[in-house]
Design a protein around this ligand. Sequence first.
Ligand code: FO1
Length: 446
Amino acid sequence: MKHIDSRRIYALNRAGDTVGPVVYWMSREQRVRDNWGLLHARFAAGESRQLAVVFCLMKSYPGAALRHYDFMLRGLEEVESSLAELGIPFLLRTGNPESEIPALAGEIGAGLIVTDFDPLRIKRQWQGRIAKQLEISLLEVDGHNVVPARFVSDKREYAARTFRPKVQKLLPEFLTDFPDLLPMRGESLPIARTDWGAARDYIDVDRGVGPVSLVPGESAARNRLEGFISKQLSYYAEQRNDPNADAVSGLSPYFHFGQLAPQRAAFEVAHSGVGMNQEAYLEELVVRRELSDNFCLHSPAYDSLEAAPEWALKTLGECTGDSRSYVYSQDEFERAATHSALWNAAQNQLLRSGSMHGYMRMYWAKKVLEWSASPEAALDTVNMLNDRYALDGRDPNGYVGALWSIAGLHDRPWKKRPVFGSVRYMNEKGCRRKFDVDRYIERWGA
Ligand code: FO1
């Protein structure tokens, strides 16, 4: 069994590894295959220590609804079954990890805990507090980024153009295949199978935002990746900005819940031999996606205007008094009740399908800026709607997308105009030049 690349590992406390079972605390990376954190825990357990995987199910999670929990829980059921085939017990603990993880460590006399890298505040708070309570080592492993976020850069990168060369230089080293997770032999910890009905009864979330048709789980994610590579990838570069064309991968919910490793997708695409499409997709999947983790890691206020570039804040500030042709409340936006059939169609796509085409996401957020009382209100609305309805809400990618659209993050100043200042503008005319707007409205309209 080979050791994983130590540049993926970060010690969250100073305690040493002692004897006793190894626990993999799964959170962001909810999969069995291609999971560096789990692979490291398996390596540390070797042939002489026991290994268990634990997931702490929160009663509620900021902004999350039944739509998200249903997707996550069905994926976790598959995780439990796949682990069972490898002789690795899975434990679903209900409650807050800040108390559950230290309690579990005590109960089983754990010697080491391994968990996932995650740049968002809630996770960093959990991890920081748990690291302090534990007398054993808590290790973080970056199983999300192809090039580990803490390693690629130790500062907030200004734009894709400063980040890209750093990633590209390291890709040949990091864009590898994954080893298999080896089965455990010997007696495992006595952990009963999960009562998934009880888990569903335990959660207390908004049931009004219901499940969508996308099938969750590792196998479904792999099927989707294979389908994308064999079909859509060949016209991805040319058609990805057309919301009517079926040219995008649709993999982001799987990445968000860790049901698919971005490195698996990147590895398969890089070996697919479809030329320029490969490059265009890897730019989105690796450079842009990993730039989002870089931003959130180094900007704790990632979901607030505070984190926007100064030039944007200055010119947006100069536009505070500009008159707006329309000002909508959060509720009007939410109900897709604006004057614009195109905007309403995009919002309906989000409400009904749990996702919105990438090109429309930019247009949609820019119009929220144009039709809100202030940029602060606009950012709040975009993040609230995205977190509540998008399956991939609550993700670094979403927070970065919102700030890119509303406050020029990772972008450059453009020609000044009312309301937007120097922040890049988009309008329906531009959409009409790019794709058949009426067809999109017909598909997603009222
Ligand atoms: N992570 C957990 O460890 N426990 C949870 O109960 C949990 C619920 C949850 C609900 C919706 C959602 O979008 C994410 C959720 N996550 C949960 C976190 C998730 O795994 C991601 O790590 C972060 O949102 C992305 O950084």
